[in-house]
Design a protein around this ligand. Structure first.
Ligand SMILES: [Zn+2]
Length: 148
């Protein structure tokens, strides 16, 4: 069972971040605190490891891309982030832990939430015997309309 521990927008103080990491079972190392701050201090977001690494560089947080990647997976395992895999090469980490679906703007590699209730799935297949559906996440791929 995962911890139901979520960060809320605006709760970005360092001591709050430390407490949240501890209650998710993670030791609040300096790198984790710094990355958590980038991730959770400004409302819900969807970031790739590469984009977060770029942000860390800009914020003078000395971390390698591998550390960013590991930290994102640790946060995901601890229930602080949700991983949204688009295909083998594109993974986004979502700070919104509620069940929801996504738009993905392919031109810009930008992911954002489909508004709640805007999509309904009224027919799902019966799962194969001995299996259950654990979650359904829909990615609606977008492109800009030419000439607009
Ligand atoms: Zn999302």
């Amino acid at each position: 069972m995962r911890h139901a521990n979520t960060f809320r927008a605006g709760e970005g103080t360092t001591s709050t971040t430390r407490t949240r990491l501890r209650s998710a079972g993670l030791r609040p190392t300096r790198q984790r605190v710094a990355l958590a701050h980038l991730l959770f201090a400004q409302g819900h977001r969807h970031v790739s490891a590469e984009a977060l690494h770029d942000e860390a560089m800009l914020a003078n947080v000395p971390v390698s891309l591998a550390t960013v990647y590991n930290t994102l997976h640790q946060f995901t395992d601890a229930g602080l982030l949700r991983e949204v895999v688009l295909d083998g090469s594109k993974t986004y980490f979502d700070t919104n832990m509620t069940d929801h679906h996504h738009f993905f703007l392919e031109d810009d590699n930008v992911m954002f939430d489909v508004p709640e209730e805007a999509l309904s799935l009224d027919r799902l297949p019966e799962p194969p015997a001995g299996m259950e559906i654990s979650r359904v996440d829909v990615v609606i791929r977008l492109r800009r309309v030419r000439g607009s």
